[in-house]
Design a protein around this ligand. Structure first.
Ligand code: SF4
Length: 329
């Protein structure tokens, strides 16, 4: 039997190339071998962005278009929006009853995010409980395989503990213990060398036009010690080199050799990189333009996905209610 994947993505803005290579490419591969539930987790977006929700619907549509244009196929997976499947909320509520406070308080990302998002009021009940909502997302589909980066491992550990605690308390065996499937991809830096992030404005988006990509690649930070073309370069400190590694693993050794040997100038090197990225993203960009012309079709895909997701999550919740002696009279 196929394993079951749950993958959630927050609709907090347009997806960038780090999201594309680090997550979306992986999702496209997973849908071939697993029973996949790909979810746009809008309730999770509210845990840090509840004050201004004006862009939420645009962001949901934008992610759905990015996914579809990148090769996510609704005939091979179930793609939907979290808030369209109310079972997530019910399971979140029920799990929150059995979650010891210490479990959520000790999640390393909780304190780290509080620090990172200083200035935004996220000292809320909802934000503290987001690992419980994540566990509910996973458990509602009885998912056993969760593609994550290293920083998400503590969340999967909570979901595993939650499964064990639920089974122990209610003497049942409803859920598999989910396993983290680590994504191997190294993080792409932003064009300024810092982490690629909306808050730094240093992203290259999946939706960027070829011209925008070329301008951004031209702005990338290179080896600061390389003043003239005749100076030998240090590719390991150079942003374009990280992109070469990600986009053309077969070619990046050549780039390093040419750079160290002062055989290529940074302007030409970046131009070549821009060509490679533009060429790779061109089919996605074209499909995106086409989908933008028919947003209703994209919304239909999400509705149909939510209908399928509700069937699976509904079955799970029926078992959960029975185990907890909650019944409709
Ligand atoms: S030649 Fe290429 S790899 Fe070397 S420093 Fe310049 S942009 Fe970076």
């Amino acid at each position: 039997m196929k394993g079951r994947v749950f993958n959630g993505m927050r609709p907090t803005g347009r997806l960038h190339l780090g999201n594309y290579l680090g997550s979306v490419v992986n999702m496209v591969a997973l849908q071939e071998d697993y029973d996949c539930y790909f979810c746009i987790v809008d309730w999770h977006a509210l845990t840090t962005g509840y004050e201004d929700t004006t862009e939420l619907q645009n962001n949901i549509l934008s992610i759905a278009i990015d996914w579809l244009s990148s090769g996510i196929d609704p005939n091979k997976c179930v793609m939907f929006t979290q808030s369209n499947v109310k079972e997530h909320a019910e399971l979140h509520l029920l799990l929150s009853m059995i979650t010891p406070l210490g479990w959520v308080e000790r999640v390393p990302t909780y304190k780290e995010q509080l620090r990172q998002l200083e200035g935004r009021n996220i000292a809320t009940y909802g934000f503290l409980g987001y690992p419980v909502l994540m566990a509910a997302d996973i458990m509602a589909y009885k998912a056993d395989t969760i593609p994550v980066g290293e920083d998400q491992i503590p969340h999967i550990e909570i979901a595993r503990e939650m499964v064990r605690r639920f089974h122990f308390l209610y003497q049942c065996s409803i859920f598999p213990e989910p396993e983290a499937k680590l994504t191997k991809f190294a993080l792409l830096p932003g064009i300024d060398g810092r982490k690629m992030s909306k808050s730094y404005g240093n992203e290259i988006h999946i939706s960027d036009t070829p011209e925008e990509i070329r301008v951004k690649v031209a702005q990338m930070i290179t080896d600061p010690e390389r003043i003239r073309k005749t100076d030998p370069g240090h590719p390991e400190v150079c942003v374009p080199y990280q992109f070469y590694k990600a986009f053309t693993p077969q070619e990046y050794n050549n780039v390093a050799r040419e750079c160290r040997g002062a055989q290529v100038g940074c302007v030409a090197c970046k131009k070549r990189l821009a060509d490679i990225i533009v060429q790779r993203m061109a089919p996605i960009y074209d499909r995106r333009q086409e989908l933008l012309r028919r947003p209703d079709d994209v919304i239909d895909v999400l509705h149909e996905g939510a209908r399928k997701a509700r069937l699976t999550a509904g079955d799970t919740l029926a078992e959960v209610r029975q185990a907890m002696n909650l019944r409709d009279f």
